[in-house]
Design a protein around this ligand. Structure first.
Ligand code: COA
Length: 96
């Protein structure tokens, strides 16, 4: 939220004892490219660690692949419309 209005959203599905799936990541169009997406994903990672999750996956929008890569995610399957990307959460690994 920003000034009482939504600025962005993300959903985290707990898919297994150690696996989380990130979905529906979005920042309001007029607020993009100001670092809010990075902050949002830092919060998602912190939240995921609290559940003991060690691995996150996302089916990335093709246009968002570079965004996730900047945050340390890697592509594991590129042969699909939405590339499958993953990030391993190491203890104490706070993304910069
Ligand atoms: C993808 C999205 C969430 C990024 O949010 P954002 O607030 O614009 O991202 P940030 O400003 O925090 O960017 C973080 C870093 O990623 C980079 N980045 C952001 N969007 C990028 C993109 N589309 N391609 C490549 N790099 C990107 C930024 O340059 C920044 O890099 P830096 O820290 O080295 O300067 C946002 O653009 C969005 O909502 N897009 C539409 C919906 C969407 O595609 N969601 C993803 C679904 S899987």
């Amino acid at each position: 939220m920003r000034n009482g209005a939504p600025a962005g959203t993300a959903r985290l599905d707990v898919a297994g004892p150690r696996l989380g799936i990130v979905r529906l990541v979005a920042i309001e169009p007029d607020l993009q490219r100001r670092g809010l997406g990075r902050i949002l994903m830092q919060e998602v990672e912190t939240y995921a660690r609290r559940f003991g999750l060690q691995q996150l996956e996302v089916n990335s929008a093709k246009d968002a692949e570079g965004f996730y890569q900047r945050l340390g995610w890697v592509v594991v399957r590129s042969d699909r419309k939405n590339p499958l990307m993953t990030k391993t959460l190491n203890a104490g690994d706070i993304p910069s």
